[in-house]
Design a protein around this ligand. Sequence first.
Ligand SMILES: [Zn+2]
Length: 365
Amino acid sequence: MDGNNPQDPTHQVESARKAFEQEFGRFARFITTAELRLSLAEALAEESALRELKTRNLGKKSALAASKKLIGRVEPEARAAFGQLVQRTEAEIVKAIDQVEQRLSSYLETLRNERDSIDVTLPGRRPRLGHRHPITLVRERIEDIFVALGYAIEDDREIETDFYNFDALNIPQNHPARAPQDTFYTNAGLALRSQTSTVQIHAMQRRGAPVRMIAPGRVFRRDTPDPTHNPMFFQVEGLCVDEGITMAHLKGTVAEFLRRMFGPSTVTRFRPSYFPFTEPSAEFDFSCFKCGGEGCRICKYSGWIELGGSGMVHPNVLRAVGVDPERYSGFAFGLGIDRMCALMYGLDDIRLLFENDVRFLEQFE
Ligand SMILES: [Zn+2]
């Protein structure tokens, strides 16, 4: 046999081994390098490349497999030596591939464990649950009390015509409440409602008399924001119209509401006042829920807290919605929800309620 003859079987085995060594070169680092730095995807790609290399060099169609078939055809005196060469070469290739296979498979196991352990230990992105705004909490308490007293809850639009915001509420053309500095007018002759009394008008037009309702909602005034004023704030307005309704019903209802809100020993007092849509009119105060009338910071050491306005519905208001003031009478009252909220939570500045600072709002969960 001549080792340099390309047709020589020995030469075929040698060239198969050389071809393998060349192809195997890139995998040598898996045996020689102490620390591998591959991503999981890269390691998986290497594993699949190694599998292809194994098929090409050791599979049924490989050069080595072809050499094996030649063993029987080699002359008898050279057969044993050739057979050993083929076996030795195959063993070398198998050993080299085995080493890389083992290293890669243990490396892949490590990478998979790292990935899985990251999945388990990292906290998920938990969405933050919201909660009700302090104004909503107070509004819902007020609603619960009046629903229990047999009142309906009414809601209506925030942009109003002059009729609902002023005329129907007995606020004539030249009344100071209509001054541009008091209200936000739009250019279409409409205005943002400056009180929730507008809802009473809509409700009476829709339902007539008798009616018992409260209207909590947002109102607007041209106020410069300061610790006790904001151009947008919340009111709740109450209305009761029926036959034979008197000032006594008004006082009883407001007093009962405040007892349910602030405790059974709460005392209410009424002071004469003026509102265009009620006659007679009265403002109401209640005994301080903090000190019980002794005097403290919340009641400014007076023992009383001023809360809202009220009165008997003006006959002109009833006439404007087609309710006969000779047959029906009624009372109405209104108070600021934000002001009550600030009182109950001891807030020095109502602007906190509208700045939507989560650090503040989170305290009311
Ligand atoms: Zn007090």
